[in-house]
Ligand binder design. Structure first.
Ligand code: O7E
Length: 213
């Protein structure tokens, strides 16, 4: 089996449910992304538990968007809890992102997947791509709901910077299409954890993008 390009967005509240879904889908995943719903519902200790159960990297999607000192205070605790990657907003400015990057691998949001992203984020995507290029972040977040924007963002980014795309499935994005547009990884939440058989749903998406170049 080739290395997976699928990231599970584990947006449930309950610890037991989270661990159960993570364990049964792990075989088809590259990493697990946790967001505020799971952190609020189960606490930061869920990071260690997920790693013990799956052995996979954990992306903490805490969407940091504060002054450098507050970003630093939050990121320190999240990395101490075992997170491998953290997601930060770039629109708050270089100093805020740098404060996070000093502590660990960072993924910068350059555009979002929902319709409202066109109002305020898309107009500044260009500058956010430049920021990611200058800081050489681990990756950027780009919208799977707009493959043409993924293609554009990929074309403007330095080669080593990963393009990570949420919005597949429940938000309308198509896994294969977005990988062809240049995404390195896709993030899928509800279409996996909300389905009747999460393992089978993860397997199907994994197979859809396996071998796509
Ligand atoms: O729609 P789903 O259920 O497949 O879940 C998508 C996940 O990706 C969910 O955790 C959501 O918060 C996140 N996400 C987006 O959907 N769109 C974005 O533009 C950005 C993210 C994200 O990962 O956050 C980084 C800011």
């Amino acid at each position: 089996m080739s290395e997976s390009r699928l990231i599970l967005a584990l947006d449930v509240y309950e610890r037991e449910r989270a661990l159960e879904i993570a364990e049964c889908t792990a075989e088809y995943l590259w990493a697990i992304k946790i967001n505020w719903p799971l952190i609020i519902g189960s606490g930061l200790k869920i990071i260690t538990e997920l790693k013990q159960v799956t052995g996979l990297p954990i992306i903490a999607d805490v969407k940091l968007a504060d002054i450098p000192n507050t970003n630093r205070l939050i990121a320190r605790k999240v990395f101490e809890a075992g997170a491998d990657y953290i997601i930060a907003h770039g629109f708050v400015g270089r100093d805020s992102v740098e404060a996070v990057m000093e502590l660990g691998e960072t993924i910068i949001v350059v555009e979002m997947s929902h319709p409202g992203a066109k109002e305020f984020i898309q107009p500044v995507t260009e500058g956010l791509i430049e920021l990611a290029n200058e800081l050489e972040s681990f990756g950027v977040i780009a919208p799977a709901t707009r493959p043409e924007r993924v293609e554009y963002i990929r074309s403007k980014l330095k080669p080593g910077i990963r393009v990570i795309t949420p919005g597949v499935g429940a938000q309308g994005g198509k896994a294969e299409e977005v990988i062809r547009a240049g995404a390195d990884y896709i993030i899928v939440g509800r279409s996996i954890y909300g389905s009747e058989n999460p393992r089978e749903s993860a397997r199907r998406i994994f197979e859809e993008i396996e071998g796509v170049v």
